[in-house]
Design a binder for this molecule. Structure first.
Ligand SMILES: *[C@@H]1O[C@H](CO)[C@@H](O)[C@H](O)[C@H]1NC(C)=O
Ligand SMILES: *[C@@H]1O[C@H](CO)[C@@H](O)[C@H](O)[C@H]1NC(C)=O
Ligand SMILES: *[C@@H]1O[C@H](CO)[C@@H](O)[C@H](O)[C@H]1NC(C)=O
Ligand SMILES: *[C@@H]1O[C@H](CO)[C@@H](O)[C@H](O)[C@H]1NC(C)=O
Ligand SMILES: *[C@@H]1O[C@H](CO)[C@@H](O)[C@H](O)[C@H]1NC(C)=O
Ligand SMILES: *[C@@H]1O[C@H](CO)[C@@H](O)[C@H](O)[C@H]1NC(C)=O
Ligand SMILES: *[C@@H]1O[C@H](CO)[C@@H](O)[C@H](O)[C@H]1NC(C)=O
Ligand SMILES: *[C@@H]1O[C@H](CO)[C@@H](O)[C@H](O)[C@H]1NC(C)=O
Length: 391
């Protein structure tokens, strides 16, 4: 008896001190291996409030099933540019790399916590060497039924989110914020890129970044964007598509509704390549509705001669056909005279382009609307001049 009590006490003390496998605390070193193990072993993994886990090695979380990550605290990716340059997961698409691949089925991340990309190290590295690989924060990869809800994402080195081969993916209540603390710019900090994915919803989110707010890349289909506030971005963009010879790019059935776009390069945009030796595709059934713009350079844009000289666009019109496009109820104030620019390749490559209830005004003076090789339908068609015809 005299020795049992201390032994029990010792055992209890040991059990108590042993960190719970499924509720993670910071180890002081690289917490990635424990997070990986927990995600493999536990149904629910909790990162408590006020806990910051250091992620110093890449996260391969492919093939998960029925998992819940309750992220109340922070995952902070280490600013170890040399390590990540060598070890981030590579993606052939636009030669991207990522910290974290998450795949499988029935996965939920929520909890009000934060993904911190430690971007400043890359903003600085990129300023010194623009070939520095810069990891995407979170890549949903070969996944079905994923919900990411109530999460903050800060200071991504480059894109914040890539959805690569996903089906039924929902982001809801996401706050994205990228800021540089010095003169080095935050480049390519796209909020989301949707690639080869179907049935994607992105809603109720705030984005403060320096590149596309949301971009629909090749084979993004059935996507709903709703209730976003984008600040400082390059807009909601389809494309660019049709860049690569022999590749067919499709973007179809996209609705972007209730978007507030401030201090941005573009509002709603579609861009496709033309010229010799490029690819082909189809952009069909795209609706941009209830956009309110404030200090936006190009509130609505179609550019079917993207990165192509006028001469090459005439000689080699785009093989990405654009049809069934709706700009509806776009209002607000641009940053300069230009309020709309709808420019297609010659030879009828744009069809069924509709602009309704369009009232964007410049800060002062007469609004400028331009168009080329397009028959514009809708009650705002009369605001456009006679469209230029080339080729
Ligand atoms: C991730 O892990 C899976 C299986 O655990 C493996 O098949 C895959 O090759 C890994 N991915 C990378 C990019 O290392
Ligand atoms: C720039 O970064 C790339 C990729 O990491 C590297 O291969 C190259 O050597 C670097 N260039 C200089 C001048 O450091
Ligand atoms: C919005 O973007 C502008 C321009 O990039 C920036 O100066 C401003 O601080 C941003 N506002 C917020 C609330 O982040
Ligand atoms: C897009 O989908 C089409 C039709 O399924 C397919 O032919 C094409 O290869 C896909 N393109 C990409 C970039 O995945
Ligand atoms: C157009 O896309 C929307 C989703 O964005 C979808 O609800 C609708 O059925 C599509 N219409 C056609 C004719 O395909
Ligand atoms: C677009 O939506 C229509 C109507 O719901 C559907 O028939 C069609 O298959 C969808 N297209 C794609 C590429 O998913
Ligand atoms: C037009 O869009 C604005 C938001 O930008 C919204 O408040 C308004 O209700 C919309 N109008 C209609 C008729 O839907
Ligand atoms: C047309 O495209 C070819 C091939 O990309 C390029 O070499 C040429 O400079 C382009 N011509 C013009 C006028 O831009």
């Amino acid at each position: 008896m005299r020795i049992t009590i201390p032994l029990v006490g010792l055992f209890l003390a040991f059990a108590y001190a042993r960190p719970d496998l499924c509720t993670l605390t910071a180890s002081g070193g690289d917490d990635a291996p424990r997070l990986l193990k927990a995600m493999k072993t536990c149904v629910t993994v909790t990162v408590p409030k006020h806990t910051t886990l250091a992620i110093g090695t890449r996260l391969n979380m492919t093939g998960l099933a029925n998992k819940h990550l309750s992220l109340q605290g922070t995952l902070k990716f280490t600013p170890d540019v040399p390590y990540w340059s060598e070890n981030a997961f590579p993606f052939p698409f636009q030669t991207q790399v990522t910290f974290w691949v998450l795949g499988g089925r029935n996965i939920r991340i929520d909890g009000g916590g934060t993904l911190d990309g430690s971007g400043q190290a890359w903003y600085d590295a990129f300023a010194a060497n623009s070939s520095t690989p810069r990891p995407i924060v979170l890549t949903i990869y070969q996944a079905k039924n994923v919900v990411v809800k109530d999460i903050n994402m800060i200071d991504g080195p480059e894109w914040f989110n890539l959805i690569n081969e996903g089906e039924n993916i929902v982001y809801d209540g996401i706050n994205i914020d990228a800021r540089s603390t010095n003169a080095n710019k935050i480049h390519n900090t796209d909020g989301w890129n949707v690639y080869r994915s179907n049935n994607v919803v992105i809603q109720n989110s705030n984005i403060n970044n320096g590149d596309d707010c949301v971009a629909f890349k090749p084979n993004a289909t059935n996507v709903l964007i709703s209730n976003l506030q984008c600040n400082g971005s390059h807009g909601i963009s389809v494309g660019s598509l049709g860049q690569y010879d022999g590749i067919v790019d499709i973007v179809q059935n996209v609705t972007a509704i209730n978007v507030r776009m401030s201090n941005a390069q573009n509002g709603a945009r579609i861009k496709a390549w033309a010229g010799p030796g490029v690819g082909s595709g189809l952009v069909k059934n795209i609706t941009f509705q209830n956009f309110n713009v404030d200090k936006v350079d190009n509130p609505i844009v179609i550019d079917q001669c993207y990165f192509t000289s006028a001469a090459n666009c005439t000689a080699f019109p785009s093989n990405v056909y654009i049809e069934d496009i709706w700009f509806t109820n776009v209002t607000g104030v641009s940053s300069g005279p230009l309020v709309a620019a709808l420019s297609c390749s010659p030879d009828g490559r744009c069809n069924d382009i509709n602009v309704n209830d369009f009232s964007v005004v410049p800060p002062s003076g007469t609004p400028k609307l331009t168009c080329q090789n397009v028959d514009i339908n809708g009650n705002a068609a009369t605001q456009f001049p006679l469209c230029a015809v080339t080729g």
